[in-house]
Design a protein around this ligand. Structure first.
Ligand code: GLN
Length: 264
């Protein structure tokens, strides 16, 4: 089967409620990088108007950040058959990138600064707690080394170098991991909680991170990993993506490593 006959459906979680700090950039990056290789791409919003079958139909899932109030609205909708469909997708290895508010919702629960605890889907074994309005938010540039072992190996095989991700975080909630593997270790910034040096989580093929929507534009090889993983799973065949010219993105990364004095 040639790439022109293959299609990738990107499921975008609650675009109107969950897309803070440029998280839409993650959707655009996957879309464009797949199109540039001649794959057909459909972006399917997954929101209050969607059904469980819509969720089941997607090949890759993107979830952005949200304010506490929006997270509450989303969780009121993501119940029953829709919650089961999300669980099934992630358990069965559908790749995804979930930023900030999204991992909080995929976790066991999120306690906002005000109001009641928001129960999560319990897919990722983690809890997030906002310590209150008087506590400083975690804001700023972020650099992590991917330590989730299978992902680190696969990214290294794609790029030939140890996988470092450049990002930007802005969150009040602090996340503590249970049995789930961390996505990486913090090299610069605060990550999950500013204390234990962990950042994000990796489960099956779901990447959870506090790094916002420039994550994929800044680290395009992660977008390629998502596309490749999605197509392998869907078409059950080896997929080799043709290379793209990422010179500018790579220069941007180098500039950030230099500015933040990160040695690799
Ligand atoms: N409401 C969450 C927090 O402050 C998520 C914020 C976000 O997605 N930017 O931790």
């Amino acid at each position: 089967m040639s790439s022109a006959q293959m299609e990738i459906i990107i499921g975008w979680l609650y675009p109107k409620l969950m897309s803070t700090y440029g998280d839409r950039g993650n959707v655009i990056t996957i879309e464009r990088r797949a199109q540039w290789r001649d794959y057909d791409v459909t972006v399917l919003p997954l929101d209050q108007n969607s059904t469980a079958n819509d969720i089941k139909s997607v090949d890759v899932i993107v979830g952005g950040g949200a304010q506490d109030r929006q997270q509450e609205i989303v969780m009121r909708d993501l119940q029953g058959a829709k919650a089961d469909a999300m669980r099934e997708k992630i358990e069965n290895g559908t790749p995804g990138v979930f930023t900030c508010g999204s991992p909080q919702l995929l976790g066991n629960y999120y306690e906002p600064a005000f109001g009641k605890r928001i129960e999560g889907l319990g897919i990722l074994d983690l809890v997030s707690i906002h310590p209150g309005e008087n506590t400083k938010r975690c804001i700023g540039n972020l650099v992590i080394e991917v330590t989730a072992s299978r992902l680190a190996q696969e990214l290294e095989a794609m790029t030939g170098t140890k996988p470092y991700l450049v990002g930007f975080e802005n969150h009040g909630g602090r996340t503590k991991l249970g049995k789930v593997e961390a996505l990486g270790r913090v090299v610069y910034g605060l990550g999950n909680n500013g204390e234990d040096g962990t950042e994000g989580a990796f489960y099956q093929n779901a990447i959870a991170t506090y790094s916002h929507g420039p994550l994929l534009p800044k680290n395009p090889f992660v977008a390629d990993w998502l596309i490749q993983t999605a197509l392998r799973l869907k078409y059950q065949q080896e997929i080799k993506l043709s290379p793209l010219d990422d010179t500018l993105a790579m220069q941007g990364r180098e500039a950030m490593f230099k500015r933040l004095k990160v040695s690799r």
